[in-house]
Design a protein around this ligand. Structure first.
Ligand code: FE2
Ligand code: FE2
Length: 301
């Protein structure tokens, strides 16, 4: 997937400026990414980076020991974390930390709350689907957490310049509306950011394809899972007051069967049932497990 050059598009100068604000990850993330992307990982070099960026390393360690990974034993250094979680997971976690850090400086508090509420919902549902399918649940959680990184520049611009577009850019994730307004959508913007931040290829594909999954295509499992979680968590599910429970359940089964075509109808029904309570909590804004996740992110970052 190629990196996007926003400046090649007929779009607003403000959007270019907003994209440039996400141009580079924090220095600590660059250093960690450089070490963790190599195979095998040089643990001595990783230790040097951890000492050079001790506050960041400490925050990452908290997240490593959180329920996101559910380790049997706590880890006490990033070197141990790289061994226990795997270098790829630690790399994704450090990128997620970097996005949280950057977004906290760029979005208003209410925008950031809206942004992370949705991303945490998609992260949790992605994690649940992955666990149900015996895939890597923590990888799915982080992919869901990062899937909408491309919305950040649009949110900055819509807050500053385009009040009439605000609701759409924040909540609907309508790539058609975004393209109409800006000449570009958040998936393309996200691919540009993810490329510049050197996201792993698996995450980059999630960022770019979670709204445009080809039903008969051969997209990786991770893209399918996050795409399903996105559709389950998206409008109108969380705002429609008139949708009956049975209609929503039918919608959930349709979403799942389109994105996970290897499942038979009985498996789809069972999975939709398994997700029903989590989605209900999300719909009511109660979400106890999401609250725990949000606390972990805020504590760690
Ligand atoms: Fe989303
Ligand atoms: Fe999205």
């Amino acid at each position: 997937m190629s990196s996007l050059n926003v400046q090649s598009r007929p779009t607003f100068p403000a959007l270019i400026a907003a994209s440039e604000a996400m141009d580079r990850p924090p220095e600590a993330v660059v250093a960690l990414n450089t070490v963790l992307r190599l195979t095998p990982v040089d643990l001595r070099e990783l230790g040097c980076v951890a000492r050079s960026f001790a506050p960041t390393a400490s925050q990452l360690l908290k997240l490593c020991n959180s329920s996101i990974f559910a380790l049997d034993r706590p880890v006490h250094s990033l070197e141990q974390a790289a061994i226990s979680l795997g270098a790829d997971a630690l790399r994704s976690l450090s990128l997620a930390w970097g996005v949280v850090h950057r977004v906290g400086k760029l979005l208003t508090p209410s925008q950031a709350r809206e942004f992370w509420q949705h991303n945490l919902a998609v992260a949790l549902i992605s994690e649940r689907i992955a666990a149900w399918r015996c895939c890597c649940a923590s990888e799915a959680y982080l992919a869901g957490f990062l899937h909408d990184v491309g919305r950040v520049p649009l949110m900055i611009v819509s807050e500053e310049r385009h009040a009439s577009f605000r609701n759409c850019a924040w909540r609907d994730e309508s790539i058609q509306a975004e393209t109409h307004a800006f000449g570009i959508d958040h998936c393309e913007l996200g691919v540009g950011i993810a490329s510049r931040w050197d996201f792993p290829e698996s995450l980059l594909r999630v960022v770019g394809k979670h709204h445009q999954l080809e039903v008969k295509g051969d997209e990786p499992e991770l893209v399918r899972i996050v795409s399903a979680a996105e559709a389950l968590c998206s409008q109108p599910r969380f705002t429609a007051a008139n949708g009956s429970a049975s209609t929503r359940f039918d919608h959930d089964q349709t979403v799942l069967s389109m994105r996970l075509p290897d499942l038979d109808p009985q498996e789809i029904t069972t999975l939709a049932e398994a997700l029903r309570m989590e989605l209900l909590f999300a719909q009511r804004g109660e979400r106890p497990s999401l609250r725990r996740s949000a606390d972990q992110v805020e504590d760690g970052c």
